[in-house]
Design a protein around this ligand. Sequence first.
Ligand SMILES: [Zn+2]
Length: 135
Amino acid sequence: MNKAEVKLLLADVAAIDNRRVSDETVTAWTAVVGHLSLPVAQKALVMARQDEKVDYLEPKHIVARARDARMAIDRSPAERAEEANWRSDPEPICVPHDTRITQCKPCIALLVKHTEHMTNDQRHRWSNEHIGFKN
Ligand SMILES: [Zn+2]
């Protein structure tokens, strides 16, 4: 994250505990959490906020949860693909990559991008048309 992104993150922090966020605050936080991406830091922030043991939120609380946050973010698209009941037996194999659909990153990325707001039926139809599956 650059300082602008850390400032965004700190706006979320301040929204809950009303802390004052100065330029110095942003600089100090950037030194500690600047190596993280904004989505990972935001997810880690939510996780830290949900932890009853965290009272006054410090940047170390976010760093400590970065790994879990990254895993949670990576897992989400696969879970969404799974929602479409593809873990049925046998699991469909995509034509372009010859890979099981819940394991195929490019296809999952496509599905997330194009079918996010579709019902399961629509999503099945879309993927049969645009990806194709082997029998
Ligand atoms: Zn694929």
